[in-house]
Design a protein around this ligand. Structure first.
Ligand SMILES: Nc1ncnc2c1ncn2[C@@H]1O[C@H](COP(=O)(O)OP(=O)(O)OP(=O)(O)O)[C@@H](O)[C@H]1O
Ligand SMILES: Nc1ccn([C@@H]2O[C@H](COP(=O)(O)O)[C@@H](O)[C@H]2O)c(=O)n1
Ligand SMILES: [Mg+2]
Length: 222
């Protein structure tokens, strides 16, 4: 398991201004990524950046990319990395923090490779919320947040994209020993108990937890 502080480089290969700690939060649609990120923020000093939320805010802002993003989201498709990475970089800079939960990103190999190339950032680890489709479907259909993609037609498309494009990214990080796979088909509280064990106690640094967890990366943590 590599060090969190290690060797992040910028696009030119020179040392980046900062070496932020990044945790990618992945899992199928409705697996509970946003819910658990809110709990992590309440307990640890992370800033939560949801790629989906940033894209939805971009639509609302009336940006020139708004219509394209809206159409992609309605179809459950993945927006080109260039757009999403710019939004993530801007939000990271504006946060003033150096510890980030990046939720719903990278969603495909293009997202993953472009983020690494542009920012030079390697994630400390990847939280993977593993949940059966039937449970995710139930949750999404009763979410009631007015999301245009929470309808059965788009939900099925999002499941397909998750299996075909996002799972390979999780497998990529698993091969590097970076995935912490969590059984997300439990209550919010039970899932968070497991998450807390990964992040450690309030004052514990993610880096030491990250090393300690590397031995269990291939098992579902319950
Ligand atoms: N462990 C859980 N048990 C039951 N319901 C849950 C659980 N976790 C989250 N939920 C509910 O399921 C819905 C989806 O959760 P959430 O928005 O956190 O998922 P997500 O992974 O961020 O989804 P998306 O990828 O669509 O943004 C919400 O209504 C949330 O309250
Ligand atoms: N890296 C990403 C993340 C999201 N999208 C688009 O937003 C939709 C909703 O994402 P959630 O994480 O909030 O579920 C998703 O289905 C994609 O259309 C994206 O393009 N790239
Ligand atoms: Mg979400």
């Amino acid at each position: 398991m590599g060090s969190v502080e290690a060797t992040n480089k910028d696009a030119n290969g020179s040392p980046a201004e900062k070496n932020p700690t990044v945790v990618f939060v992945l899992g199928g649609p409705g697996s509970g990524k946003g819910t658990q990120c809110a709990n992590i923020v309440d307990n640890f000093k992370f800033t939560h950046l949801s790629a989906g939320d940033l894209l939805r805010a971009e639509i609302k802002s009336g940006s020139e990319n708004g219509t394209m993003i809206q159409n992609m989201i309605k179809e459950g498709k993945i927006v080109p990395s260039e757009v999403t990475i710019k939004l993530l970089q801007k939000a990271m800079k504006e946060s003033g923090n150096d510890k980030f939960l990046i939720d719903g990103f990278p969603r495909n190999e293009e997202n993953r490779a472009a983020f690494e190339k542009v920012t030079g950032i390697e994630p400390a680890f990847v939280l993977y919320f593993d949940c059966p489709e039937e449970e995710m479907e139930r949750r999404l259909l009763s979410r009631n947040q007015g999301r245009e993609d929470d309808n059965i037609e788009t939900i099925r498309k999002r499941f397909k994209v998750f299996l075909e494009s996002s799972l390979p990214v999780i497998n990529y990080y698993d091969a590097k020993g970076k995935v912490r796979k969590i059984n997300a088909a439990r209550s919010v509280e039970e899932v968070f108990e497991t998450v807390k064990g990964i992040f450690g106690s309030k004052n514990e640094k993610v880096i030491s937890v990250s090393i300690a967890c590397s031995v269990v990366s291939h098992f579902v943590i319950t």
